[in-house]
Write a protein that binds this ligand. Structure first.
Ligand code: NAD
Length: 164
């Protein structure tokens, strides 16, 4: 496994790159001082493929997982959808130390990152990018957002992945 450090002062974080790396997600997260409740966000295409596997991996590592599945596609990048995810985070008992995990492409990453950046003024955020675009572009750089009827990515912030 290759680890690339992204040096951003107190917002520094590592990027882990390897084939067949998914099974290591639990151990990597368990090494951090994170709260044990996780909001795992995915979509209706990725959820059926990886949702249970990732949930099981996190549970085995000692986390309690709330799985939130949003409709696949750009139409899910809305404040309305973000609000549903805040509700899921509350229901799941997430406090400020608990991570939001984005499992999906750029849509899920941008949406879950926006929720992570705003829920309780910011909680740990982990990206598990499943499209090439998300792996090489949207999961890196810290841009998170939802759309507004007047434009794409209008409501958002800069929020790096990391353990907080
Ligand atoms: N934050 C940034 O810096 C940044 C940069 C570029 C793009 N973006 C955003 O990224 C979004 C586009 O991302 P995208 O192209 O990944 O689109 P996407 O997230 O909509 O994914 C494309 C499709 O592939 C499906 N999918 C994802 N992973 C899969 C897998 N492993 N197997 C099968 N199906 C899978 C998804 O369900 C979806 O239907 C846009 O909202 C764009 O604004 C953000």
């Amino acid at each position: 496994m290759r680890t690339i450090p992204v040096s951003l002062g107190n917002r520094s974080y590592p990027i882990y790159i390897a084939g067949n790396i998914l099974h290591r997600l639990g151990e990597i997260m368990a090494e951090q001082s994170l709260g044990k409740r996780v909001l795992l966000v995915t979509d209706t295409n990725v959820g059926p493929i990886y949702g249970k596997q990732v949930t099981d991996i996190l549970v085995q590592a000692g986390f309690q997982v709330s799985l939130a599945i949003v409709a696949a596609g750009e139409s899910s990048k809305t404040l309305e959808q973000a609000e549903k995810l805040y509700d899921a985070a509350f229901k799941g008992g997430l406090d400020r130390s608990c991570p939001v995990v984005a499992l999906g492409g750029g849509v899920v990453g941008d949406l879950a990152g926006f929720v992570a950046s705003t829920y309780m003024r910011g909680v740990p955020f982990v990206q598990v990018p499943t499209t090439l675009l998300a792996q090489v572009d949207s999961s890196v750089g810290g841009k998170v957002a939802v759309n507004h009827p007047r434009g794409k990515n209008i409501i958002g912030s800069f929020y790096q992945p990391g353990w907080c």
